[in-house]
Write a protein that binds this ligand. Structure first.
Ligand code: MTE
Ligand code: LUZ
Ligand code: MOS
Length: 785
């Protein structure tokens, strides 16, 4: 078991968080003349706005401006992939509460009073809320996409068994603690500074410029940190930032908007619900011969990132398994919900849940342990094997999952626990236990090749301290701490000398969102490029300074070393040495440039959307989780008794932070598969829109036994410091808990199942497996005897 060393530095906001001194948008000091903003939304989820009455609102004391789409001077249209979403409704309504009118006022109370005085008339139509209905009515976003390999028809012919069904997984609210928020400050002339809680400052800059009809160089976007993003701020900081900027421009005063938790949950997009029809053929050992998937996701009213999310779903339906003949078809459905968006895993979790459910079902059909079936289907560890090739043509070159399976099976005592569970489930008709070992293989890189680039600005000062700026945003995941460690190591100085600055589009241009778990890989590599330029100059300078031909020391850059805040010549380390601060002071005296901008673009990736073939990922982060659960058949209650995790994340940069990502990600994944349920009424109103009705995991839901270990691994040599991305992959380990629940239920069907033969019926369990869902699924399997 790996334990963090005490010498690891603290997370860059740890002390500030504990003291309450970390600044979020709402905490930034109030500005002279600052105004508040609130929005009035569409009264129905589908239909048209027929009239807006604003005069009464304009008369409310404290109200400074009441704005609608006619007040937008530039484009009333945005979107990260397709520009199809209006900032403010023109006439057609996409979802319930979609912003139609903005009220700007001296205080939040006055803004809300103004909102109450706005009247919006609409011709409502019944909304389309479900994937099924949208599909039936031909309401889609983008075209249908395909990935195919081989000939499933030939596979069917050879298959001994067929497993078919429809698997549905529900959406998930990102539930960051800081709501969407922005503060727009007009600058002199025509310029705007926007502070935004965003994973994507460049997108905010672009969107604000387009809304105002300005050029990008008139807008600066800053983000010091977010109180969580989890994908929910990859694109959706845009609306609040645009509203604040529009109001600030109209009123010539600073404007701040901070959504309440309820507003945030009601108005912003979430993880996509997905429905997948699957048809699998396998041989008698459970090995898959052919697989067909038809995937539909609930995109909501506008495109947002839905097509990219679905692409990642298509690329992860294999999870860790070789599917020789496979056909995948996938399409986004357009519904009258807020546009769904990125959420940790970005479509990957939805895909892996499908294939892991298939593994459980094959096992139940054949009367085998699911671990045996999974093993029989795992990609080969031999990179030359034909079983090491993904359906989209990327070869697995460093697949350690077979080894992870073996180790985890041993360390978690899988065999003995399986035997114990079989015994106790025989004796105990109501309290059933279940066990599952589930792998994760997650592709690292944006599937949109363009986004796999980063730049960094490194400034060294004459006291030997350093400021680093990149496009990466800190959302709690610790990227700032990791960047500071990388820069410190590169320059041979202590961590304390390095500060990572507020992210700003003024220092780093055309940046990608902090997403796809790749921000340390990308921005860290760009920072290393910058450091190496500076270091190369310092080496030349030091070589000049250390040269002492009279003492037999010719000028020799190759002999210059940096470490421990010092620089020395290896040939005379005692005498030919300077502190890093002395050296940087000398550099300024000698007019040597102490700043650099670095750049990085991930090499050797590319994916062709049309053919569905290519090498979309630089590498994969892998791991597996063994979950044991106990359910009550009658009450449906669930206890996660034990979790054992083993991951390959290469060589960690900051072990404590990376372990924290694994624990946190897994718990968030368990929330998705067991508890978090989005319930809408027939109007498209989200009934579970607050912490009182939407259940995220809390401390009592965490397994009493929770082991996390890391594989000794060299990661991927060509990636920075042999590290591997860790941000998203652990979320998908949560699927092990869902599979363990299905496994526990299967014992009920073995006891009482109508099908008999010791196999029983396959439990009919959706995702999330809430207590209610578990009880209902158990009931269908018969009464305990
Ligand atoms: N961890 C915390 N504490 N807060 C977050 O919002 N977001 C996750 C993950 N871990 C998140 C988090 C998501 S969705 C991603 S893509 C990565 O962090 C992004 O950061 P990285 O690229 O630095 O891993
Ligand atoms: N965002 C994105 C992502 O735009 N493209 C991706 O491939 C991706 N993957 C994971 C998370 N965010
Ligand atoms: Mo994470 S879903 O890539 O923001």
């Amino acid at each position: 078991m790996k334990r963090p060393a005490r010498s690891e530095p603290l997370h860059d906001s740890a002390e500030l968080h504990v003291q309450g001194n970390a600044l979020y948008i709402e905490d930034l000091p109030r500005l002279e003349g600052e105004l508040a903003l609130a929005t009035v939304g569409a009264p129905c989820a589908r239909g048209r706005v027929t009239a807006v009455h604003l005069d009464a609102a304009r008369a409310v004391p404290g109200v400074v401006a009441v704005l609608d789409h006619r007040d937008i001077p530039g484009h009333n249209c945005w979107g990260p992939i397709f520009e199809d979403e209006p900032f403010l409704v023109v006439d057609e309504i996409g979802y319930l509460g979609q912003p139609v009118v903005i009220v700007v006022a001296e205080s939040r109370a006055a803004a809300l009073a103004g909102c109450a005085a706005v009247k919006i008339e609409a011709a409502a139509e019944p909304p389309v809320l479900s994937i099924d209905e949208a599909d039936r009515r031909g309401l889609h976003i983008g075209v249908e996409r395909f990935i195919r390999r081989g000939d499933p028809g030939a596979g069917w012919a050879a298959a001994k068994q067929r497993v078919e069904g429809v698997f549905e997984s529900g959406g998930q609210e990102q539930f960051y603690l800081e709501s969407q928020a922005a503060l727009a400050i007009p600058d002199e002339g025509s310029a705007m500074v926007v502070h935004s809680s965003t994973q994507n400052p460049t997108e905010i800059q672009k969107v604000v410029a387009e809304l105002l009809g300005w050029r990008q160089n008139q807008v600066v976007c800053l983000c010091r940190r977010m109180g969580g993003g989890f994908g929910g701020k990859e694109t959706q900081g845009s609306l609040p930032a645009a509203f604040a900027a529009l109001a600030a421009w109209k009123c010539g005063r600073p404007v701040r908007v901070v959504y309440t938790k309820d507003e945030d949950m009601l108005l912003t997009g979430k993880r996509h619900a997905v429905r997948t029809a699957y048809s699998i053929g396998c041989d008698e050992t459970g090995r898959i011969l052919a697989a067909e998937f038809v995937v539909r996701s609930n995109g909501g009213a506008y495109a947002d990132l839905s097509t990219a999310v679905l692409e990642r779903t298509m690329l992860h339906l294999d999870n860790a398994y070789f599917l020789p003949h496979v056909a995948i078809a996938a399409r986004v459905c357009r519904t009258n919900l807020p546009p769904n968006t990125a959420f940790r895993g970005f479509g990957g979790p939805q895909a892996m849940a499908v294939i892991e459910n298939v593994m459980e079902e094959i096992a139940l059909t054949l009367g085998k342990d699911a671990l045996t079936v999974r093993r029989a289907n795992l990609y080969s560890a031999d990179p030359a094997s034909e079983r090491a090739m993904t359906p989209y043509g990327q070869r697995l070159t460093n697949n350690r999952l077979p080894e992870i399976f073996d180790r985890l099976e041993a360390s978690s005592d899988y065999g003995a626990r399986r035997a114990r569970i079989e015994g106790s489930n025989e004796r105990e008709p109501v309290a059933l236990s279940g066990l599952a070992l589930v792998p994760v293989k997650f592709g690292i890189s944006f599937t949109n090749k363009m986004l796999n680039q980063a730049n960094a600005l490194v400034n060294v000062y004459t006291d030997g301290t350093v400021q680093v700026s990149t496009g990466a945003t800190e959302m709690g995941q610790g990227v700032n701490t990791k960047l500071a460690l990388i820069v410190a190591a590169e320059l041979g100085i202590s961590f304390e000398r390095v500060v990572v600055m507020t992210t700003s589009t003024e220092k780093n241009n055309n940046t990608s969102p902090t997403a796809a778990s790749a921000s340390t890989d990308l921005n860290g590599s760009a920072a290393i490029d910058a450091c190496r330029q500076i270091r190369a100059r310092l080496v030349e300078l030091a070589a000049d300074l250390f040269a002492d031909p009279a003492a037999g020391l010719e000028r020799s850059p190759a002999d210059v070393r940096f470490d421990d805040d010092r620089c020395w010549d290896v040939r005379a380390p005692a005498t030919r040495a300077l502190s890093f601060a002395e050296l940087t002071q000398r550099a300024r005296t000698e007019r040597v440039d102490l700043g650099a901008r670095g750049f990085y673009a991930t090499p050797d990736i590319g994916f062709d959307r049309e053919s569905g073939q290519g090498t979309p990922f630089a590498y994969y982060t892998t791991g597996a989780c063994v979950a044991e659960v106990k359910i009550d058949r009658l009450l449906g209650t669930l206890e996660v008794s034990r979790l054992d995790v083993l991951m390959d994340i290469g060589k960690p940069i900051h072990l404590a932070i990376e372990l924290g990502q694994i624990y946190g990600g897994l718990v968030q994944g368990i929330g998705w598969v067991t508890a978090e349920e989005l319930v809408y009424d027939e109007r498209g109103f989200l009934l579970s829109h607050s912490p009182t009705t939407y259940k995220i995991p809390n401390i009592t839901d965490i397994a009493p036994e929770f082991h996390v270990d890391l594989l000794d691994s060299d990661g991927v040599p060509q990636i920075l410091r042999s590290t591997k991305a860790v941000g998203e992959p652990p979320l998908m380990l949560g699927i092990a808990v869902w599979c363990a629940i299905k496994n526990a239920l299967s014992y009920a069907s073995r006891r009482e199942g109508a099908a008999g033969g010791g196999r029983g019926a396959i439990p009919d369990l959706g995702l999330p497996a809430t207590h209610e869902a578990i009880a209902l699924a158990a009931e269908k399997l018969g009464r305990p005897q």
